[in-house]
Design a protein around this ligand. Structure first.
Ligand SMILES: *Cc1c(COP(=O)(O)O)cnc(C)c1O
Length: 402
């Protein structure tokens, strides 16, 4: 029946990515609706008591409760799994729910985690403060130095956690190099791929075991909902991830799942255009500001690695001014088109001062070690005309004395 072809891997895996993005995961109801339906239901009914009992025993297929399964969420999960090339996907209420669940599902008291030190602010708090409260040992290393992961290994190291490109410093981690070290030691590699999306980088192809997302960013991409996702092998998903999340419940609502599901139809178009715009903006800023970090530019210290594991330079860059917070704030305040916002991956171009916003809760010494200075501004490039963005930046640079 054509209604369910989107759910049949034997069919969908033969589709090319653009087709998977539009039709992957779709399961039509008997009404034959064109667009996916939003199943706003917490529970499900059974024809007989024995049918209910059989589903609870796991002997019969079918949904039982939306903390465990929901048809709209399942469509999103299947579409994401196809785009990422993963066996299995679970959506979550936010990116932080995804990161927390992926780590808590993998680690127990007495285990050790090695993480790249350049992480999204809340991920850093998770690694530095929250996991240790549960008896999990953590070490952070300079992720640009692949061998630092090897040096940090302990007999009880169970996982590596990294972000590449990292927020907001645009540091890259060599996924293949780090995965080889982890696998020799019997550890899992978990990659936060929020800054790249599967359009720019597919970590599983480079040896990662688990990929986790804030779908709030490029996947929704229009600044509407919070969402997250975790992708990996069936075995890990069933035995570890679901064993944790079925009973702790960090699940995505059907409505928010539907918003992201529709956004995935245009993910490829949006991310490619935003990357093109970012490359134009970076080319304009290069040489006009004291320092600029954009993986797509030859001036990025890890440009060669970007070429090896990313299909484009991404949508985010960081510029640095010499005049500290006063000059950085002056530049932001002078922007007329680009918004001051701590979000990223939006169709609108957004700029922020990480030291006073997203990373303000990270201690100053740790910020310094990560390379987050008072003169740093992060820009997330969107879908406006690149020339309008360049005009706006040109006048703001001048107003800020650059
Ligand atoms: C935003 C973000 C997160 C957290 O996601 P939420 O959806 O805000 O919870 C985690 N990692 C990275 C890299 C992010 O950009």
């Amino acid at each position: 029946m054509k209604n369910r072809t989107g759910q049949d891997r034997r069919i969908t895996q033969g589709w090319r990515p653009a087709t998977q993005a539009v039709r992957g995961g779709t399961a039509r109801s008997d009404f034959g609706e064109t667009s996916e339906a939003i199943f706003l239901t917490s529970g499900y009914c059974y024809d007989t008591a024995e049918e209910a009992a059989a589903r609870f025993r796991g002997e019969r297929e079918g949904m039982t409760y939306s903390r465990l399964q929901n048809p709209t969420v399942a469509m999103l999960e299947e579409r994401l799994a196809l785009l990422e090339g993963a066996e299995s996907c679970r959506a979550s209420a936010s990116g932080m729910a995804a990161m927390t669940a992926a780590l808590m599902a993998t680690l127990s008291a007495g285990d050790h985690l090695v993480a790249g030190r350049a992480l999204f602010g809340s991920c850093r708090v998770l690694v530095d403060s929250i996991l240790p409260r549960f008896g999990i040992e953590t070490t952070t290393v300079d992720g640009r130095d692949t061998d630092a992961f090897r040096r940090a290994l302990r007999p009880n190291t169970k996982a590596f956690f990294l972000e590449t490109p990292a927020n907001p410093t645009l540091d890259l981690v060599d996924i293949r190099g780090v995965a080889d070290i982890a696998h020799d030691a019997g550890a899992l590699v978990i990659v936060d791929n929020a800054f790249a999306s599967p359009i720019v980088q597919r970590p599983l192809q480079h040896g990662a075991d688990i990929v986790a997302y804030s779908a709030t960013k490029l996947m929704d991409g229009q600044g509407r909902v919070l969402a997250g996702a975790v992708l990996g092998p069936d075995k890990w998903m069933n035995e570890q991830y679901l064993a944790f999340t079925r009973h702790t419940g960090p699940v995505l609502s059907a409505f928010n799942a539907w918003v992201v599901l529709k956004s995935l139809e245009t993910l490829d178009l949006r991310v490619r255009r935003a990357c093109e715009n970012a490359a134009k903006v970076a080319a304009f800023l290069d040489g006009r500001v004291p320092k600029l970090l954009y993986p797509g530019l030859p001036s990025h210290p890890q440009h060669a690695l970007a070429g090896a594991q990313m299909d484009a330079g991404g949508t985010i860059m960081a510029l640095f001014v010499d005049g500290g917070r006063p000059q950085a704030h002056a530049l932001l305040d002078a922007l007329a088109l680009i918004d001051i916002s701590n979000n990223v991956g939006d169709s609108r171009t957004l700029a922020t001062h990480p030291a006073s916003t997203t990373h303000a809760s990270v201690p100053e010494a740790v910020r310094a070690e990560m390379g987050i200075t008072e003169g740093m501004i992060r820009i997330s490039v969107g879908l406006e005309d690149a020339d309008d963005l360049i005009d706006d930046l040109a006048q703001a640079l001048q107003a800020a004395g650059l």
